[in-house]
Design a protein around this ligand. Structure first.
Ligand code: G6P
Length: 615
């Protein structure tokens, strides 16, 4: 693994120090005259300060009253033409005409974007864009290493890319072989990781893996034992020809560690040598890195301090699994690089990421008052909304702004795919509670050339899909529901790289507009900490039960008795849940009562462990 020493800085986290509450809204903006999409009221943009109390926008945000329709097709066509964005090299279009922002709003946003563009420029030049963690934010450098602020990083990025390509070539060609496989080559990948260490690889695999990839991929992205067993069972004999890629930026995420331990056990049970089939992708000197080094795993690839998990798909995290599936990763990087370039322009109208961010702001009042429904009309893009959930919600879902004001920001993302979702929840979108705006992802090419046929005169299967998309867009709009359309010509490594880059930049710009840190995730720690406390309590419960079960005769205990002996009477409900879970898994026995009536329950362990008693 290339040396990463000296690249990482750590600094104490900077917590917001104050909570301000400033009422600073003026009258709602006037509507544009050439095109009006009459929301009942919208928050006026505040003066260009970095301490905008966006949460207050809720107080005056528009009601959900049905909007009037734009009846005039000429005006709509003009708006479509006026605002249509095209990136020729990528064959990508962005249509924001069905979002009802006004000319006045655009003018105000142009002002506000000046500082967003400046912040983005500084980020790309290596500023500490994640102030709470004292980190640079460098995912844009992964696809254009000439941008890096330090020459050592350029070498690191390029060397890692080269080593990913040569390692995957050697695996695919069979030059690197699994030690005990009868086939003599690796045929399967088992990717173990969670969050940003899974969602990108999953999305890319679903979008781009060929029908018969050189290696097929499976994922363990949870600590669900049954889910893990299922993946291992599905591999069956092919475990011997499975390359296990363990991905964790931090190298210490419990779910990933558990997945690894479970897979290692499966290898032991099958008499296989895990180390000869294991690959780690992690930061240098993390727990995972040290484990892989000490155990002599097949390979290790670096993750960088300056790349966040949710923007890591173009690091080894996403590139190695993709390359092993025969996906052209340099094309993915090229698509992202072109989009990065296109989204650097400071002309709002010509910057597709800025247009997206502006529409999000308009549609959700800059406070996330409406959800973003992502509807790709292409099966292979099914996981895009799932991928975006982390990218958008972990980035934008923040309690405090950069000045320490309580803002509770965010933007909710959901969606699966069209036309499938039309038969599920589109009914509510069109007629029910008006709490969303839609984004259609349209793919022009239905099938590879030469494979199409007409299933009825003049109409192909893809024409139906096209019709469903356009019909839904029109039907939603006719009922006052706003939508954005992103169109790509085909689903290729280049276009997938481009749409990832498009949304990464849009999230970064939007975060600047609402003055939050998009690059940390302080809220995630609370759940992790609470989980650790539950497991610590479980150990105390087990110890108390063990002691009682070693008595002669065995002393079954009530929940109150267990709680008392754990010195945790306030945790009795949690103790009950722990007992119920262990009982369901045959790890404690119920002497009296049943789990359904907690007061009646008396519990003991099946056997006494004397070692534990004196531990
Ligand atoms: O890659 P890892 O360090 O294992 O982290 C996996 C995930 O863990 C946390 O939940 C973070 O909030 C995510 O941003 C991250 O992607």
């Amino acid at each position: 693994m290339a040396s990463l020493s000296g690249l990482f800085s750590s600094s104490p986290s900077l917590k917001p120090t104050k909570t301000l509450s400033v009422k600073a809204f003026s009258a709602p903006p006037t509507r544009g005259d050439s095109f009006s999409f009459p929301h009942t009221s919208k928050p006026t943009l505040l003066p260009l300060t970095l301490s905008t109390p966006h949460s207050l926008a809720r107080d005056i945000s528009h009601t959900d009253a049905k909007k009037e329709l734009i009846k005039d097709p000429d005006a709509l066509w003009k708006r479509y033409l006026d605002w249509l964005y095209q990136q020729k090299d990528l064959g990508l279009y962005l249509d924001v005409s069905r979002v009802g922002f006004t000319d006045e709003f655009v003018v105000e946003m142009e002002e506000r974007f000046k500082s967003a563009f400046k912040a983005m420029d500084e980020l790309e030049k290596g500023s500490i864009a994640n102030p709470d963690e004292g980190r640079m934010v460098g995912h844009y450098w992964l696809r254009n290493s000439s941008l890096v602020p330090k020459p050592t990083l350029k070498t690191l990025i390029e060397n890692t890319l080269d080593s990913i390509c040569s390692f995957s070539d050697d695996i695919i060609s069979g030059k690197i072989k699994p030690p005990s496989s009868p086939t003599g080559r690796f045929t399967q990948i088992l990717s173990v990781g969670i969050g940003g260490s899974a969602l990108g690889p999953q999305f890319v695999a679903e979008a781009l893996a060929p029908d018969n990839p050189p290696l097929k991929i499976r994922f363990i992205d949870n600590t669900d034992p049954a889910g893990i067993d299922h993946q291992i069972a599905q591999l069956g004999e092919e475990l011997a020809s499975t390359l296990v890629i363990v991905i964790s930026k931090s190298g210490g995420t419990p779910e990933t560690r558990n997945g690894l331990l479970e897979v290692q056990k499966a290898f032991r049970d099958a008499g296989l040598n895990f180390a000869k089939q294991g690959v780690a992708i992690t930061q240098e000197n993390s727990l995972l890195d040290n484990t892989a080094r000490i155990e002599g795993w097949l390979a290790r690839f670096p993750m960088y301090d300056w790349v966040g998990g949710r923007t890591s798909v173009m690091s080894a995290v996403g590139l190695l699994p993709a390359a092993l599936q025969g996906i052209d990763i340099r094309e993915m990087l090229a698509g992202a690089a072109i989009m990065d370039e296109a989204t650097r322009t400071t002309s709002l109208k010509n910057n597709p990421a800025a247009l997206l961010a502006m529409c999000w702001y308009w549609a959700s009042d800059g406070v996330g008052s409406k959800d973003m429904v992502i509807l790709p009309y292409k099966d292979s893009l099914l996981l895009f909304s799932r991928y975006l959930q982390q990218l958008v919600m972990e980035s934008l879902g923040k309690e405090f702004d950069l000045d320490g004001n309580t803002v509770n920001q965010g933007l909710t993302v959901y969606g699966n795919k069209g036309s499938t979702d039309q038969h599920a929840y589109i009914q509510q979108l069109r007629e029910g509670v008006h709490n969303f705006f839609a984004t259609f992802i349209e793919v022009l090419r239905d099938r590879p050339p030469g494979h199409d046929w007409e299933l009825e005169p003049g109409v192909t299967c893809g024409d139906y899909l096209f019709g469903m998309l356009q019909g839904t867009r029109s039907a939603l709009y006719a009922n006052g529901r706003e939508s954005i359309s992103v169109t790509i010509e085909e689903v290729t490594p280049r276009s997938v790289g481009a749409i990832i880059a498009l949304y990464e930049r849009a999230v970064g710009l939007y975060a600047s507009l609402v003055n939050i840190n998009a690059y940390h995730q302080p809220g995630v720690e609370a759940g992790k900490k609470a989980a650790a406390e539950v497991l610590a309590l479980q150990k105390r419960v087990l110890s108390v039960l063990n002691e009682a079960s070693c008595k002669d005769p065995v002393e079954p205990l009530t929940l109150d008795e267990i709680a008392d002996r754990c010195h945790a009477p306030e945790e009795i409900e949690m103790i009950y849940k722990i007992i119920a879970h262990m009982s369901a898994n045959d790890r404690v026995l119920i002497a009296e009562g049943s789990c359904g009536s907690p007061r009646s329950v008396k519990v003991y362990l099946g056997e006494c462990n004397v070692d534990d008693m004196y531990a």
